[in-house]
Ligand binder design. Structure first.
Ligand code: Z5A
Length: 203
């Protein structure tokens, strides 16, 4: 059985990930592919419990980073690895690039510590494709203000999100074989049409 594909979605808060994952999920299902849609932090009962704490409780950056990886280890063991092994495609709303962007880029947590946690947790498994929805933090903040109440991360200031955005862009330029950068300032329908076309063929 051929291993399924692992596709992750990244971007600053309010970049439009959820909106466009719907489109990609449908394009893949229309091809008869088994799709598992999941998210981080979260994706299993235990990881969802960790998510609630991460989004609401102030904590030390080391605790925060370790909890993201604890949630991820469970997610990999219970959901991602079994799905890929049976040939399903996994669409994950965020994965380890988010830790590099938010904890390393945003909070200044040491990159080498994240590298060793990554190697320990899933060094042998990396996304086949990462769609990065890129847009200026000011535009994302305006969209979110209209959409809902802010959680602990969304309450960070514009400088924090500028650092997060820059960290994402740096990773994308370092690993162009894996990243697809999408200009998320474009109209929703324009972005959807582009992604529908890409994922109706992507192997
Ligand atoms: N986090 C971390 O720090 N470290 C880690 O390792 C991981 C995560 C894994 C939870 O993520 C938090 O955890 C996250 C980072 C941190 N920070 N926060 N909060 P999350 O993915 O669950 O939460 P999120 O990023 O905030 O998701 P979101 O707000 O749902 O954003 P989105 O999915 O990218 O956006 P959306 O819901 O599709 O769109 C937002 C609004 O904009 C909505 O009203 C849309 O209708 C609108 N929209 C979307 N696209 C457009 C366009 N093109 N034009 C106009 N309006 C649009």
């Amino acid at each position: 059985m051929e291993r399924g594909r692992f596709i992750t979605f990244e971007g600053i808060d309010g970049a439009g990930k959820s909106t466009q994952i719907d489109v990609i999920e449908k394009a893949l299902r229309d091809r008869g592919i088994e799709v598992i849609r999941t998210r981080e932090p979260g994706g299993t009962p235990l990881s969802e419990t960790i998510r609630r704490e991460l989004l609401s409780v102030d904590m030390d950056p080391a605790t925060e980073t370790l909890l993201f990886f604890a949630s991820r280890a469970e997610h990999l063991a219970q959901v991602i690895r079994p799905a890929l092994a049976r040939g399903a495609w996994v669409l994950s709303d965020r994965f380890t690039d988010a830790t590099y962007a938010y904890q390393v880029g945003g909070r200044g947590f040491p990159a080498e510590k994240v590298e060793s946690l990554e190697a320990w947790t899933h060094g042998d498994l990396q996304p086949d494709c990462t769609v990065l929805f890129d847009l200026p933090p000011e535009v994302a903040a305006e969209r979110l203000a209209r959409a809902r109440q802010a959680d602990r991360f969304e309450q960070e200031d514009c400088e924090f999100f500028t650092r997060v955005r820059n960290a994402y862009l740096t990773r994308a330029h370092q690993q162009p074989h894996r990243f697809m950068i999408v200009d998320s300032t474009q109209d929703k329908e324009v972005v959807s049409a582009h992604l529908r076309e890409v994922f109706s063929q992507w192997q």
